[in-house]
Ligand binder design. Sequence first.
Ligand code: SF4
Ligand code: MSK
Length: 625
Amino acid sequence: MAKTIQTIEEKSIWEDARQMLRRAEKEGIETAWDRLVQQTPHCSFGESGVCCRLCTMGPCRVSKKAPLGVCGADADVIVARNFGRFIAGGSAGHSDHGRDCIEALHAVAHGETDDYTIKDEAKLLRIAAELGIAVDGRGVLEVAKDLSELFFANYGSQLEELSFLSRVPAKRKAIWRNLGITPRGVDREIAEMMHRTHMGCDNDAANTMLHSARTSLADGWAGSMIATEVSDILFGTPSPRKSLANLGVIKKDQVNILVHGHNPIVSEKIVEAVNDPELIALAKEKGAAGINLAGLCCTGNELMMRQGIPMAGNHLMTELAIVTGAVELIVVDYQCIMPSLVTVGNCYHTKMVTTADKAKFAGAEHVKFEMDNGMAQAKKVVRMAIDRYALRDQARVEIPEGPVELVTGFSNEFLLEALGGTVTPLLDAIKAGKIRGAVAIVGCNNPKYQQDFCNVNLTRELIKKDILVLVTGCVTTAAGKAGLLVPEAIEMAGPGLKEICGSLGIPPVLHMGSCVDNARILQLAALLADELGVDISDLPLAGSSPEWYSEKAAAIGTYCVASGIYTHLGHPPNITGSEVVTNLALTGLDELVGACFGIEPDPFKAAELIDERIKLKRRGLGLGE
Ligand code: SF4
Ligand code: MSK
């Protein structure tokens, strides 16, 4: 992690970002990097997790001089409680997104909306049958009713077992059972975490940490997995398609609309609206050559995976996209949307539109999307964007050049089909050492790092070592801009990976979706383990989030580890104030769940660390290194 980022070159590895940073500086526009400087140095109590604000006898911050809070809580208890709430926050984010997807499926099934339909009926029937719902001789909507009810039930506490635990290998389930961390209802685990961390409840740090694992598992194997599967059912299961990434996807002569957030329910309607002939004609009447739609962050990933909509940028590019001066409107759903976007937009003609009552932004216009008005609201938003076009100051427009080509859309369904319907060919390649292992590199940007330096370099180093890389979230844009998401990138891979990906015509780095789509990776890991008759922790797999920032990323890392996948992070969560919690995260969990966290800010050293783990797992399976 860069300690003191000063120059524009130190802020980002990308020319499009640097160009916009120079422009922001010239125009006096403040960005996340400027605010990071204002916030530095960070409070060391907060950074190490020993600041407790859970009651009004405090706040307490413990130190050597004052090792206990007013209630008597020590550093271990305070750190574990803070971490537990952090994980609950991230799990709530993914899972509530999943709940919104179920509501859409439920509305479709009950005929309450004409705006949404079931695009992948085959997947609906397949998932329903997988989960024990009768499908033979029944109408699609009847099955959808039952499936949506079953998914809703995953959020309560009535089910004996979460639906998708049927996908978890038996050995993994036994580990969870023995530790008492088999996840129950999604809402139950999150609520219990809030309860446990109230003053005077769970005052055993290790016990609280185990519940963090349980809460995150409810996210990974239920909230996120349901979000992914229902999104595929409603909007189509992704398959490979070409797209483009970087700020060059914004067009000088068109009305530019950016979609940002996570849930495709709003943005899929915007895609339809921008293709409406009447609205295109209206844009032309107003002097634009057409309407251009591009994505940001994970809503961008969702649209890119299914529709090939180009990606303007990842987390730290969101303010900079506005600095092009060519964005008429940003429409957002929720999560990872900096409140500063309203302010930056006000420096130009850029309007910000919010769509969810749970994510309003002061200064933005709220256009509430509901199940029965999605199309009408999407058209309204596009009209608003067209109206803004006349307000654009063309003299202030500066758009970086040269979007980069990429290939997206690698769902498990596509991978299995490409492999002939089974994971056996992939396992054969792993056994032969042609693919030595697989690593999911996921997560965010964080202005404490040079943007995407770690994301890109770790990816490059791993493919050189014949390790297949799977990307989701904001790492996708980094890998795409670096030219790693095209089949030609096999030239940067080791000989074995080059041979296998070359024969399949796929890139050595596969884009598998948004943050919730890490569930696809969990499912793939489970399929591999089942095929070999081993536990997930026996496989030569790892996860990594080099430049993470969010509670959601921490939840993903935690469910990866609790599922048996060693996970590298560029920096630790705010837990270093407790030896008990830190040791548990870095080593203790290995004994309990067969995986732990590794911390390494340097991507080259991180690649070695991950490679060691892959070697260890290969040896364990009796495979050559
Ligand atoms: Fe302080 Fe205990 Fe209250 Fe936390 S719960 S603020 S440590 S008194
Ligand atoms: S959007 S959680 S910055 S990946 Fe999913 Fe990107 Fe991280 Fe948000």
